[in-house]
Ligand binder design. Structure first.
Ligand SMILES: [Mg+2]
Length: 279
């Protein structure tokens, strides 16, 4: 018999709980000016904000952000190309080579300018983030009642997530936040949680390739998967979802047992998938 609610609800952070695009863009500009000062310090980078937001769904990791901006500034990326992870993947190696940096170095650069910004002006940094409507009260309710157990799986450094929760008055246990410092992809973390006996386990993510990877990973068949359609993705990402279920922002106001029904979802929302059986 399938359980209607999760024992453990694993959530991505950026694009699921929090809209951090203004912060991402500002941090990226700071990093870009250090990486390519001869271009970045003279260019009017704000002119590329809308294009950066449009391309954001195609990008998985923070280290890619300065490369994305460089692609836009130099014209390597244009409006004529479809925004997709595939298109971005065809440009990324060239842009990475031009940076003369490794992904780890770029990640360190992005985190470094972010740390400097936080130290310089924490309120300003916090003000560049917006939790999506309904998220904070719902998290506070779940945390207060102690059920379901919540976990954050994010490619962002965990210390930044802690800062944002703290500012939003969300008392989230740090031991249940797995950030980039965990050094393991989300599929591995999910497999560990499954092995620890957390079931039913639900996972909400806005980056479609990550969800697809979970569906292709043996042993994770019982994990119930949800696509956050309000996050950093494109309409194409919500097509042909298969066993992945779409969520809208309205779901934050529904009982968890109703997340697996078509209520408040597009008419095409699939019935509870067979691979998501719970235990
Ligand atoms: Mg995300």
């Amino acid at each position: 018999m399938s359980s209607p609610e999760p024992a453990l609800l694993a959530l991505d952070f950026d694009g699921v709980l929090c809209d951090g695009r203004p912060e991402y863009f500002a941090t990226t500009c700071l990093a870009y000016r250090e990486l390519w000062p001869e271009i970045g310090c003279g260019a009017h980078l704000d002119a590329f904000r809308d294009a950066f937001y449009a391309w954001r769904p195609a990008v998985a990791h923070g280290w890619e952000m300065p490369l994305l901006l460089h692609g836009l500034v130099t014209g390597a990326l244009t409006d004529a190309e479809p925004v997709s992870t595939h298109t971005w993947g065809t440009h990324r190696p060239t842009l990475l080579a031009e940076s003369r940096s490794t992904p780890a170095e770029l990640g360190g650069l992005v985190d470094g300018v972010r740390d400097d910004w936080i130290e310089r002006d924490l309120p300003d940094w916090l003000g560049h983030h917006n939790f999506y409507p309904g998220v904070v009260p719902r998290l506070q309710t779940w945390l207060a009642q102690g059920s379901p157990q919540l976990a954050i799986l994010t490619t962002k450094a965990g210390r930044f997530v802690q800062q944002l929760f703290e500012a939003a008055d969300v008392d989230f246990p740090t031991t249940w936040i797995w950030g980039r410092e965990a050094g393991r992809p989300k599929v591995t973390l999910l497999a560990e949680l499954v092995a620890q006996g957390h079931a039913p386990l639900w996972f909400v993510e806005d980056y479609r390739p990550t969800l697809d990877r979970v569906t292709q990973t043996p042993g994770l068949e019982t994990v119930c998967l949800f696509l956050a359609t309000w996050g950093y993705n494109t309409p194409a990402a919500a097509a042909e979802l298969g066993t992945i279920q779409p969520l809208t922002l309205n779901h934050w106001h529904l009982d968890l047992k109703d997340w697996r029904t078509p209520a408040a979802s597009p008419a095409s929302a699939p019935a509870p998938p067979s691979h998501c059986r719970g235990r």
